[in-house]
Design a protein around this ligand. Structure first.
Ligand SMILES: [Zn+2]
Length: 278
């Protein structure tokens, strides 16, 4: 083997340095190539993504526009239905007025007020707050089951108008027995320790008591009188499905009953079967 000289070493070191330089420059070039290809594809992908995004945006806009149009069509239908329904609702109220018994006795007698057991035994009438043809409201002082404010001022009402025509307050707070009495209105007004205070309270507030209810009643009464002046059941004969053989009560196509069921007229004791029309 030839002896290694300094020249050999230098030559080899030189060669290594040159090769390293070349390697480095090539790897730099490779990196640039790599980067540029990556860039190229990234750009392509970005273009496509932008396009997808645009398409998605277009899809959303198109759907929104469509939804708006569809909704407005539905709203139009709803409005039309609403318009027709006004007539139906009006007819239902007219029919409800026609089936009322204007001769029904709605007087409130003082002995009708029956108080629950185990309470302060007291029942005193303060007379009518409203004594009108179709609504009567009487005010009473009755005992209650409270330990201190033992007496209640309550208003009791009877009306020929049904719930379908007027929503009258019906408070269960009063300690009186109401079952089967035909009360349409019960309003517990005030509890106090003695009856004298309650009477004073009543006289002081009488003018404003139940003003909302009475106002609402006056409106329904006007509606009722107007209806009775302009309509009779003959105007709706084709709609009548059942009639009571004893009184003027009837049912129409607006009252639905399951087949094989005979509705009854509740205006008699005991109730009686209605008769099918046609
Ligand atoms: Zn009847």
């Amino acid at each position: 083997m030839a002896k290694i000289t300094v020249a050999d070493i230098q030559e080899n070191r030189e060669a290594i340095n040159q090769l390293r330089d070349k390697k480095e420059s090539i790897s730099e070039k490779q990196q640039k190539e790599h980067y540029s290809i990556e860039q190229e594809y990234s750009n392509k992908i970005w273009e496509i993504e932008k396009e997808i995004w645009e398409i998605e945006k277009e899809k959303r806009n198109t759907l929104n526009t469509l939804r708006g149009k569809q909704e407005s069509v539905i709203v139009e239908f709803d409005n039309s239905i609403q318009t027709h329904n006004q007539t139906i609702k009006q007819a239902e109220r007219i029919l409800e007025c026609l089936r009322l018994d204007s001769n029904k006795d709605i007087a409130i007698t003082d002995d009708e007020i029956e108080i629950s057991r185990y309470i302060t035994p007291h029942c005193e009438s303060l007379g009518y707050l409203l004594d009108d043809d179709y609504l009567k409201i009487k005010v009473f002082i009755v005992g209650n089951q409270k330990p201190k404010n033992k007496y209640s001022l309550i208003a009791i009402g009877k009306s020929i108008f049904t719930e379908d025509l007027i929503k009258l307050p019906y408070g269960y707070g009063a300690d009186i027995l109401t079952h089967g009495k035909g009360f349409s209105l019960i309003v517990p007004i005030k509890d106090m320790t003695n009856t004298a205070e309650l009477k004073e309270y009543y006289n002081k507030h009488k003018a404003k008591l139940l003003n909302d209810v009475i106002g609402e009643y006056q409106k329904v009464k006007a509606e009722y009188l107007d209806t009775m002046a302009n309509y009779s059941i003959g105007d709706f004969r084709e709609l009548v499905t059942w009639t009571c053989p004893k009184c003027a009560d009837f049912y129409t196509i607006f009252n639905s009953f399951s087949t094989n069921y005979t509705p009854q007229c509740f205006g008699h004791d005991p109730y009686i079967d209605m008769v099918k029309v046609g």
